[in-house]
Design a protein around this ligand. Sequence first.
Ligand SMILES: [Zn+2]
Ligand SMILES: [Zn+2]
Length: 103
Amino acid sequence: MRVVKPAPRGEVPTLREKTCSTCGAGFTLTPDQKFFLCPECYAQEYRRNAKARSSGTQVLTHITCVACGTSEYLSFVPQDASQALCKACFGRQRREQKPDRRH
Ligand SMILES: [Zn+2]
Ligand SMILES: [Zn+2]
């Protein structure tokens, strides 16, 4: 009886064709890679992110809490800065909005 050996798997990874979501260029990925950008755009994106990280200039929004009057810097831009709450009040408001149904 002759045993036909299956073709060896995993030696040659099947490359998948992908299209870069930024520049539209085609590039190939091995099955375990999950990139949406071609190597060129990926490197560009990486450099941009690295620069943003290293510069340390996080955008801070100065707000005056409408509830307690505390001046605070938020690390994000609130929807309405004139109606913004400090972190403490924001947390409290969130707790109050969530009805506690313990019976
Ligand atoms: Zn690209
Ligand atoms: Zn407050």
